[in-house]
Design a binder for this molecule. Structure first.
Ligand code: PEP
Length: 255
């Protein structure tokens, strides 16, 4: 039985003060809920304050939204895995479609980052997903397989099992256009089948695969009730502490 994992991707939103206001409400609303793993990914600037506020929580973990694959040195503007570890970060979102399309991240770059994360004992949340043009051209499986093979190259079974995969169809991110539970389930089942080939069937059985793309309180439970959907990566709705609480509770209530 895989425990559901819900992650908030705040993107370039919430200053330190706004992050604190979010937590004031969220920590009250969420209480002792532990039926799902909860991960929050603030902007780099708010990591330290959010880490401080979460230090007493055993159920909510901290994530970064990106990191460098380099260990240290002359890389102006970059942040290393060790720097994230300093702030008690446990997860790092890698290969998000915004990083791929706006900042030119290829599978090769994403692979270097995923490997650097594991080396530093950070758990990657690896995002994969097709564009609308790729879906319309019937290329979903080809795209997912290429991204998975490229991004997970050279990793051992233990590392792959500890990676969280986020299936995020690009056409559903921030658009309000959500994949149907059947479309999402089909993609997740394909991802699991591909992981069995890249690693082995026991890794495929263990690995958690989140759905991401316009997840809201009213669609979360139906999506996460699908057999291969193990949680959600939430953008827009994660900025509202009450909406995010409802999504976590929906996850915790799934059989
Ligand atoms: C995301 O950016 O990872 C995402 C899923 O965003 P949204 O929930 O806003 O579609």
């Amino acid at each position: 039985m895989r425990k559901k994992i819900i992650a908030a991707n705040w993107k370039m939103n919430l200053t330190i003060g706004e992050a604190e206001a979010f937590l004031d409400t969220f920590l009250l609303e969420i209480g002792e809920e532990s039926g799902a793993d909860i991960v929050i990914a603030p902007a780099f600037t708010a990591l330290s304050k959010v880490a401080e506020r979460l230090s007493k929580s055993s159920t909510i973990k901290l994530a970064a939204q990106n990191m460098s694959f380099e260990k240290s040195g002359a890389f102006t503007g970059e942040v290393s895995a060790a720097m994230l570890r300093d702030l008690y970060v446990r997860y790092v979102i890698l290969g998000h479609s915004e990083r791929r399309t706006l900042f030119g991240e290829t599978d090769e770059i994403v692979n270097k980052k995923v490997r650097a994360a594991h080396e530093a004992s950070l758990k990657p949340i690896l995002c994969v997903g097709e564009t609308l043009a790729e879906r319309d051209a019937d290329r979903v499986e080809e795209v997912l397989e290429t991204q998975l093979r490229g991004s997970l190259a050279g990793m051992n079974s233990k590392e792959i099992a500890e990676t969280v995969i986020a299936y995020e169809p690009v056409w559903a991110i921030g658009t309000g256009r959500v994949a149907s539970p059947e479309q999402a389930q089909a993609a997740h089942a394909f991802i699991r089948k591909t992981i069995a080939l890249i690693a082995d069937p026991s890794v495929a059985e263990k690995i958690r695969i989140q759905y991401g793309g316009s997840v809201k309180p009213d669609n979360a439970k139906t999506l996460m009730s699908q057999p291969d959907i193990d949680g959600a990566l939430v953008g827009g709705a994660s900025l509202d502490p009450r909406a995010f609480t409802e999504i976590v509770k929906a996850a915790a209530s799934c059989e």
